[in-house]
Design a protein around this ligand. Structure first.
Ligand SMILES: Cc1cc2nc3c(=O)[nH]c(=O)nc-3n(C[C@H](O)[C@H](O)[C@H](O)COP(=O)(O)OP(=O)(O)OC[C@H]3O[C@@H](n4cnc5c(N)ncnc54)[C@H](O)[C@@H]3O)c2cc1C
Length: 650
């Protein structure tokens, strides 16, 4: 029988405040296999870990149980500790007496009894644990970044500058994302283009970056260290080898359609470059609006192109790339104003969203930076800004805070006052959240220096009367109804995950939260990793956030990937669910339930086989297997039964 040592942690008063540690220690001494028990205030601390190492040696232990917090927090730490003292790390187990016991109980008697039984069951498991060896797999030292907004650009540049190749996939004709649409950025009011466009140029000129614009990921297989990704390059109908971006084709194209980049406030041609500073700065043909593609005649662009670059025969192409890691940076879009019927969203032309206002402020926008109403081009003399539209509204829309609206609305009101000094800017708000360096000062400046008027309350209705937009609201500070006659209203619409992102996330089998944003592996300790190894999440794809936070996340993901690529092999947890071929009938039920595509039927043998790298040991197959052939390493049926017995025994 194994010689097991049990180390009980007080976790300050986190455990000791609710669980009687002395009683646990006394009870544990009598469990089969236990030869040593010790308690300590903070077992994860340096003295705590030293204690474990010393006792492993002096007591000749070959199994260790740490009764402490959740294994998600410190299992790795303690497995490292025991292996430093010569024990196979998979003979170390965690009995979670914090999250599953002390934190959820108030009655000390009952919590202590539960803690004892938890420890007892884990001792029973440890007695049957096998010594395991981590699985080694080679790593492809190339990364895929999906999404070319500021987060994706930053991640791609960092990985590339660390000496590794990057494939950057952007669905639009140019990289840049939302930031490319901005005029100035809070809290410094520096020009968005001046910060962003040099980075875009760096991407295009970086030898380690393969830039695929107008492209989308259509299939992914494999796993961390060795993903195979299929990417569809949509036909641009322009040969970029020949095109110089001279723009004659765009100038001569007779077709005009609303320009999405300017939020429909200007027109673009059917052959177009997304915006003047686009990267690559070359056009694509939008086939849905091109007369030649729709009606079979025109080809004017082809006739005027001096370089013979127009290629109507070009077809969509699917290419395959091998990468070791994937960064998801698919960003966000705004909840559509048409969802706000009570505010005239989608009906009243001068009720617009924040990104539309950004285009009005931008010197490269449809009004060259002058604030003018979309309906008649007049300068609005009163503008009402409404915050939290669709956000923080669990009953009708979304429960979460969109995080950036407090700051960008303040920026909008300030910039409006800079452009129209005699204009009036009102902001309706529920709260003002300005947590960030220099953010509170920015908000104070808007009120004190620019005269922006903040009204605390919700807007109930916006409608048109005598050519004015009437904003009905309630000022909760004065307790009175307020009505503002406005020329234009800007709604700070909720931030939503990019459209189409859900399909991509499903393809990659990465999980999302209830609102469709990517879920991080651990909100505090692993904030840029997904639960699927090798897939990282950065920027607004993970949740609403500003540019500094998006950039920080991108830097973090890039450095984790660089560390991964600095090794020749990846080490994979050996805890996988294998197959006992003597028991397996090859029925395939486990293949169908495996969410990681880790199992397949070997027709020759008539049994199932497992790809150990793909298996994440979720246990779905073990639960579904009718013959008991699928057994998880170190969590076999035998172990589970002995744990249950240990819990039930008096
Ligand atoms: C009105 C407004 C004003 C703002 N002003 C500021 C400010 O002044 N300062 C500040 O710090 N923050 C500001 N923000 C927040 C800022 O926009 C975000 O922090 C930033 O854009 C996040 O960058 P991102 O790369 O995560 O996302 P995005 O900028 O949305 O970029 C995502 C990119 O991914 C691409 N993509 C999406 N799906 C796919 C797919 N399936 N395949 C390939 N590509 C895909 C998109 O086309 C896009 O290029 C503002 C936000 C709003 C709404």
């Amino acid at each position: 029988m194994k010689r097991i040592g049990v180390f009980v942690c007080h976790c300050g008063i986190n455990i000791a405040g609710t669980v009687d540690i002395k009683r646990v220690v006394e009870a544990v001494k009598n469990f089969p296999g236990v030869v040593y028990v010790e308690d300590y205030k903070y077992m994860c601390s340096d003295p705590g870990q030293n204690l474990i190492r010393e006792k492993i040696k002096s007591e000749k232990l070959d199994g260790v149980v740490i009764a402490a917090c959740s294994p998600t927090l410190h299992e790795k730490t303690f497995r490292n500790t025991v292996s430093q003292a010569g024990i196979n790390p998979y003979n170390c187990e965690i009995a979670n007496i914090r999250e599953q016991c002390s934190w959820v109980h108030t009655n000390m008697e009952e919590a202590t009894e539960k803690a004892i039984r938890i420890v007892k069951s884990i001792v029973a498991k440890t007695l049957l644990d096998e010594s395991l060896v981590p699985i080694k797999s080679p790593v492809v030292k190339r990364a895929l970044v999906v999404g070319g907004g500021i987060a994706g650009i930053q991640a791609a540049l960092n990985i590339a500058n660390s000496g590794y190749e990057v494939v950057l996939v952007e669905k639009e004709p140019s990289i840049g994302g939302r930031m490319a649409q901005f005029s100035e950025t809070f809290p410094t009011l520096d020009c968005a283009q001046c910060i962003l466009t040099p980075k875009m140029v760096d991407v295009a000129s970086n030898e380690n970056i393969k830039l695929l614009t107008y492209s989308e990921v259509v299939d992914v297989s494999g796993s961390v260290g060795n993903f195979k990704v299929k990417i569809k390059k949509k036909a641009k109908s322009v040969d970029y080898e020949k095109c110089t971006g001279c723009g004659i084709c765009v100038e001569k194209c007779p077709v005009k359609v609303p320009n999405e980049f300017d939020r429909g406030m200007s027109e673009r041609k059917a052959i177009y470059t997304q915006f003047p500073q686009a990267v690559p700065n070359k056009p694509v043909i939008d086939r849905e609006n091109c007369t030649y593609f729709q009606k079979g005649k025109c080809r004017l662009c082809e006739r005027v192109c001096p370089f013979g670059a127009i290629d109507f025969e070009q077809e969509d192409e699917v290419i395959e790339e091998e990468v070791g890691a994937i960064v998801l940076a698919t960003g966000y879009e705004l909840y559509d104003v048409s969802n706000m019927g009570e505010y005239g969203g989608g009906e009243l032309e001068d009720v617009i969203d924040g990104l539309t206002f950004e285009r009005l402020l931008s010197s490269s926008g449809p009004t060259s930076g002058e604030v003018r109403r979309p309906s008649d081009g007049k300068v609005p003399k009163t503008v009402v800004f409404v915050k939290c539209v669709g956000s923080r509204d669990p009953e009708h829309h979304f429960p979460y805070c969109s995080k950036v609206c407090c700051m960008y609305t303040t920026k909008h009101a300030m910039l409006y006052k800079h452009r129209v000094p005699d204009g009036k800017a009102y902001i309706f708000y529920m709260d003002v959240r300005t947590a960030g360096k220099g953010y509170e000062e920015f908000y104070q400046r808007a009120q004190e220096e620019d005269g922006v008027i903040y009204l605390r309350g919700k807007v109930s209705k916006i409608y048109k009367s005598d050519g004015k937009l009437i904003v009905d609201g309630f000022d909760t500070l004065t307790g009175r109804k307020v009505q503002v006659e406005a020329d234009m209203v800007v709604l700070a619409m909720a931030i939503r995950p990019s459209s189409g992102a859900e399909k991509l996330f499903n393809l990659l089998k990465v999980s999302t939260d209830a609102n469709g944003f990517l879920t991080e592996a651990h909100p505090k300790l692993r904030p840029v990793e997904s639960l699927t190894a090798g897939i990282f999440l950065v920027g607004c794809a993970q949740g609403p956030k500003d540019i500094p936070d998006s950039v920080s996340q991108a830097n973090a993901a890039a450095s984790m990937i660089s560390v991964m690529f600095s090794q020749d092999y990846l080490i994979h947890e050996p805890i996988i669910t294998g197959v006992n071929e003597d028991l397996c009938s090859g029925c395939g039920i486990c293949v169908a339930v495996c969410p990681y595509d880790a199992r397949k039927i070997n027709r020759e043998k008539g049994t199932v086989e497992v790809n150990e790298i793909l298996c994440e040991a979720c246990g779905a197959c073990a639960a579904a297997c009718p013959s008991g052939a699928a057994q998880q390493k170190n969590l076999t049926d035998r172990q589970i039964i002995s744990m249950i017995k240990a819990i039930l025994e008096e």
